[in-house]
Design a protein around this ligand. Structure first.
Ligand code: PSU
Ligand code: MN
Length: 309
């Protein structure tokens, strides 16, 4: 069988040199934000990573090829494609999409798989999937959690969204042996808000130390990644008291319309965007940029560590 992966020239060069690379997901582009803000966000995030000394690699499957790093034309094509026409790829879907020659956007789980195949150890996103509210009845638990347990990639997010059941999400991550590290504070951040009201299991204040922790996990033979929860910048946050009732309303609407399975997260994000008249989207973009910055620093420190041994 032929090789399945295409590298952008910039990413291929960085790989050859051992230069720092940050992976980025594409579901946030196709299913997480509306056009054209999704495209603007994707471009800005890449620029932010370059400005902090690393090479961005946005990951997607296009016409059956796994692409590690997208050029601007591919990025725009993906950003303009309606949700219904692009597969939302998790671990279960990746091989089918490639075999069928189709186009798909990678979630956190699928992006981790592809990043690891490409030798990329750091990945920036907005929020991860988790245990949905009512999971005791729906069994809706994102495959992102299992992936963090088995694939050695450091994922920088802004915590998990309040659309999820955060205490249950933390419990599952603990069971799976995934380190959940709040960056620079004790509290677990909650995506649009800096504080979820829950204490994070772990805290770190320094990018270099996070890079060391990832390297030490590998040395210890522990599979799986690290989850870094980076609070949204204070000036961009929507306080919990404000976003809380909006989330409740969006969840009620989802239940009323019997939204299920893969459609749940995109539906809720879109509904919250409508209910906040766009404020949630602005916050979402600010936190992704903030995560890109931290991920770039971790990748720079990780590359320095690797090149020193
Ligand atoms: N968080 C966001 N925007 C997104 C997602 C998460 O702010 O678009 C996407 C990610 O790709 C994540 C996926 O991996 O939703 C989780 O989907 P599910 O809950 O169906 O596993
Ligand atoms: Mn789900």
């Amino acid at each position: 069988m032929k090789n399945l992966i295409d590298y952008a020239p910039e990413v291929a060069e960085a790989r050859a040199k051992g230069a720092p690379i940050v992976a980025l997901e594409s579901t946030i582009i196709t299913h997480g934000m509306p056009f054209p803000q999704n495209l603007e966000m994707a471009r800005k995030v890449e620029a932010e990573i370059r400005a902090h000394g690393a090479v961005p690699a946005t990951i997607a499957v296009m016409d059956g090829r796994i692409r590690i790093g997208l050029d601007d034309a591919a990025m725009e094509q993906l950003a303009r494609t309606p949700q219904a026409q692009v597969m939302k790829l998790s671990r279960a879907d990746l091989a089918v999409c490639v075999a069928a020659g189709r186009t798909g956007a990678t979630t956190v789980a699928a992006t981790m798989i592809c990043a690891h195949l490409a030798g990329i150890g750091v990945f920036a996103t907005g929020g991860i999937g988790g245990v949905h509210r009512g999971a005791e009845l729906s069994f809706d638990i994102s495959a992102d959690l299992q992936e963090l347990a088995q694939t050695p990639v450091t994922v920088v997010c802004a915590g998990a969204k309040a659309i999820l059941d955060l205490p249950k999400t933390l419990e599952v991550l603990e069971t799976l042996g995934v380190p959940v590290i709040a960056f620079g504070q004790d509290q677990l951040p909650a995506f649009w808000s800096r504080d979820s009201g829950l204490k994070a299991p772990l805290r770190m204040d320094d990018a270099a130390q996070i890079a060391r922790a990832a390297a030490i996990r590998a040395r210890l033979g522990l599979p799986g990644g690290l989850l870094v929860a980076n609070p949204i910048p204070a000036e961009a946050e929507i306080p919990r008291t404000v976003i809380g009732p909006i989330v409740e309303k969006a969840l009620a609407d989802a239940a009323q319309h019997r939204i299920a399975a893969k459609a749940v997260t995109p539906y809720l994000l879109q509904r919250i965007f409508e209910l906040t008249t766009g404020a949630s989207l602005e916050a979402n973009i600010a936190l992704v940029l903030n995560n890109a910055r931290l991920a770039a620093k971790i990748a720079v420190d990780a590359a320095a560590l690797e090149n020193s041994v």
